[in-house]
Design a protein around this ligand. Structure first.
Ligand SMILES: C[S@@+](CC[C@H](N)C(=O)[O-])C[C@H]1O[C@@H](n2cnc3c(N)ncnc32)[C@H](O)[C@@H]1O
Length: 333
């Protein structure tokens, strides 16, 4: 809990969208169970298996609340706190169910997906583009951090890191993977990341905006929580003229399972619209001009070579903006 304690002053209460006056009540450290209490309005959030759920009552996991009811109802009552009455947010819950299942799928899990040589080659390109290793010190929020892939592959170890994701099961994987780092992981919603303004040097959304029901709100929230001069770094599907053949091939030989959000493909123009009213500067690059199925299944070096060669070729003949993926930096001015 030491990591969480360090960050209490920057947390917002997701129900009120106000800075909270948070403290931690110990329940059962062996199970990693605690309460995160906001004394301003006697609101509380469960911390289970050492993972805080800083979510609105529309998104809290019923299973977590059941667990707390079963083991700690008296303790919670003695503190003068009440159990929240759950509401629902259907779209968000469907996304969560998709990724909870994907994280544990025996046939093809998210871990199998991200370890395809194709993705390792893409991530190496993106790592170079973000260039976070050049930072002396920075505070990074990985929004939709999933199983920890983007933390491990893009964020240097000397950074202060918080990762939030709507899926507890993805976070459980991330927790194992990032044990060596100081990352704080929380169940949290990308629509309103629960942090005060002017907090982070960088926010990362890697394959996340395309899943969301309201990416405009997410970008507006990111703009608030970034420091001036900070940047939103992202990787998404690009709005490309090659999208249709990519999608048709993937429907026959599927190598990923996506649950599309409101706007599943993006472009600099769309980013500008999501950031309407914000003083920003956008830089972007597209990549991947061959279908992922054409990359080696088990040789990372060949996948990297093929990616570099094919990208250079298509860009040299005038298709610079038409790669299947887009990676971007939106800087807050
Ligand atoms: C395609 S995965 C990307 C994971 C990771 N960033 C990566 O690069 O591998 C999308 C992630 O977004 C998360 N997600 C979807 N909707 C979300 C929301 N409303 N708030 C936070 N995370 C969300 C999913 O649970 C999932 O882990």
């Amino acid at each position: 809990m030491e990591r969480l304690k360090q960050y209490l002053p920057i947390l917002k209460n997701p129900n009120t969208q106000q800075k909270g006056n948070f403290s931690i009540e110990v329940l059962n450290p062996e199970k990693g169970d605690y309460l995160l209490i906001d004394s301003t309005n006697k609101d509380w959030f469960p911390i289970h298996e050492d993972i805080p759920e800083l979510l609105t009552t529309q998104l809290l996991y019923p299973q977590t609340l059941e667990h707390f009811k079963q083991y700690y109802a008296n303790h919670i009552e003695d503190l003068g706190l009440e159990f929240p009455v759950l509401a629902t947010n259907q779209q968000q819950l469907e996304q969560r169910a998709h990724f909870d299942n994907f994280s544990e799928d025996d046939k093809f899990s998210y871990d199998d997906f991200e370890n395809l040589p194709f993705w390792i080659a893409v991530d190496a390109f993106v790592h170079e583009y973000y260039n976070l290793s050049a930072q002396e010190e920075c505070f990074v929020l990985d929004i939709g951090c999933g199983n920890g892939r983007s933390i491990e592959r893009f964020i240097p170890e000397n950074a202060k890191i918080i990762g939030i994701d709507i899926s507890r099961k993805m976070l459980q994987k991330a927790k194992k993977r990032t044990q060596a780092s100081d990352a704080l992981l929380m169940v949290g919603d990308a629509t309103f990341p629960p942090f005060v303004e002017d907090c982070f040097d960088f926010c990362i959304t890697s394959g996340v905006l395309s899943n969301l029901p309201n990416p405009t709100q997410t970008c507006q929230s990111i703009h608030k929580i970034l420091k001036k001069g900070g940047a939103h770094l992202g990787l998404e599907n690009n709005k490309s003229i090659f999208r249709l053949p990519f999608d048709i091939l993937n429907s026959f030989i599927s190598i990923w399972k996506n649950k599309k959000g409101k706007e599943p493909e993006i472009s600099p123009k769309i980013l500008k619209r999501w950031y309407a009213g914000c003083n920003i500067d956008i830089d972007s690059k597209t990549l991947v001009f061959l279908p992922p199925q054409m990359f080696s299944k088990n040789d990372v070096d060949s996948a990297k070579k093929r990616l570099r060669k094919s990208d250079n070729f298509f860009k040299s003949i005038g298709f610079k903006k038409q790669g299947g993926l887009i990676t971007f930096k939106v800087s807050k001015q």
